[in-house]
Design a binder for this molecule. Structure first.
Ligand SMILES: [Zn+2]
Length: 409
């Protein structure tokens, strides 16, 4: 079964001739729904909820009021490539093949996907697709639109592509932009941008100048966020697509070593964990401003879906003796929070959706939504039948008229 599906997927990727990016939006007979997905790596509700109450995330707050939100059940031992590929395909990690950052000694990449991802299914169904900075999309693949890769892109100073990022001009080992002509356009009009965050500092780097290292790293994170915001604005203005997915991932990286933990938490080091206790919450305040820019492109006929692949929590005390407790992400960083707990229900992601026909002010209880449901729900918005291999289901509870097979603009 997998082989047969793989064959179909490869055929779809290679043989279909998609229109050039300049022709986007001009060739569809009937307008298709506009769907914008914003993914935030590891957005943790324990941290965002207090910020919402304090009024520090007004844009996310407005989305919650106008739509549906809740926890998003994730997979076991969640990490970014493992969960994003599950969202792309609605299949289990062992089925789609991207089981972690490194698979069989090789950095996770799109050539490993054994199940058809959402961008391919949408493209085949004549939906125009735009993906920007979405993790685990390197090397980019031909789509009916454009694709700019995100986390796990390889290049200069980031040869393995793991938890670091080259600038667009420094990408090596595959294409970061489809179609290739878009790369020159971006370099000209947006400038040379970092595709993702850089590595977290090591314990050796931090020793003796903790505050300066933390501040320098956080300044770089904000630089990258500013560059991404410019990129998002440019791409939304100049290359509108039916389906658009924008990714953010520096927030999660910040949480791993700057989560505001208490002295009784495992790994507490006052030189690091007492100096910038607002650093991690501030990431979400900054994300909310990015969301504000995106919302300028979201009208009442557009569906907006915000997802995070998992949350992040402080290490547990008993993990002091667990040899893997501090091994999350980059092994040299003094990590004090993580997400790859065996029980994924310890670190659920989050889900927010608003748009025509989506219930307002709806709170999804328990684990009503899972990462497996993202692709089927997006396909539903376009009236595309869910392929049999997909394990999730359409989140029909969020729609006012759940009986309708196709949401209407
Ligand atoms: Zn992480």
């Amino acid at each position: 079964m997998v082989l047969r599906r793989l064959a179909v997927f490869v055929l779809a990727s290679c043989v279909l001739l998609f229109p050039p990016v300049s022709a986007l939006g001009q060739n569809s007979a009937k307008p298709k729904p506009h769907v914008v997905v914003v993914s935030v790596n590891g957005m943790e509700l324990d941290v965002t909820r207090p910020l919402l109450l304090e009024g520090k995330m007004p844009n996310l707050s407005s989305v919650i009021k106008k739509g549906a939100y809740g926890k998003l059940r994730t997979v076991s031992a969640p990490n970014c490539p493992r969960v994003f590929s599950t969202m792309f395909t609605s299949t289990e990690p062992e089925e789609h093949g991207v089981t972690g950052f490194i698979v069989g000694g090789i950095t996770a990449n799109t050539n490993m996907l054994k199940e058809e991802p959402i961008w391919s299914i949408l493209s085949k169904n004549h939906v125009t697709v735009g993906m920007t900075n979405v993790p685990a999309t390197f090397p980019v693949m031909p789509v009916n639109g454009y694709m700019i890769s995100g986390m796990l892109t390889r290049g200069k100073n980031c040869e393995d592509g793991v938890l670091c990022a080259p600038k667009l001009s420094e990408v090596e080992g595959g294409d970061a932009v489809y179609p290739p002509s878009l790369k020159a356009e971006l370099l000209k009009n947006v400038g040379d941008f970092y595709i993702d965050c850089e590595r977290m500092p090591s314990a050796a780097d931090l020793q003796g100048h903790e505050s300066a290292e933390i501040d320098a790293w956080l300044a770089k994170v904000q630089l990258i966020r500013d560059q991404q915001t410019r990129l998002f604005a440019y791409i939304l203005d100049h290359h509108p697509t039916d389906f658009t997915w924008l990714g953010q991932s520096c927030e999660d990286r910040t949480g791993h070593w700057l989560y505001p933990i208490a002295p009784y938490n495992a790994g507490y080091n006052p030189k690091i964990n007492a100096v910038r206790t607002e650093a991690f919450p501030d990431q979400y305040v900054a994300f909310d401003k990015v969301l504000g820019e995106i919302l300028k492109h979201v009208d009442e006929n557009t569906y907006l879906i915000i997802v995070s692949d998992h949350g992040i929590k402080p290490l547990r005390e008993f993990e002091e003796t667990d040899p893997h407790a501090h091994m999350d992400h980059e092994k040299t960083t003094p990590v004090i929070a993580k997400h790859d707990f065996v029980d994924g229900d310890d670190v659920p992601g989050s889900f927010f959706a608003m748009g025509p026909g989506i219930k307002q002010n709806l709170r999804l209880m328990g684990f009503a939504a899972s990462v497996y449901d993202i692709a089927p729900t997006i396909l539903h918005l376009y009236g595309i039948e869910q392929p049999p291999q997909m394990r999730g289901h359409v989140l029909s509870d969020i729609f006012v008229n759940a009986g309708k097979t196709v949401a209407e603009r």
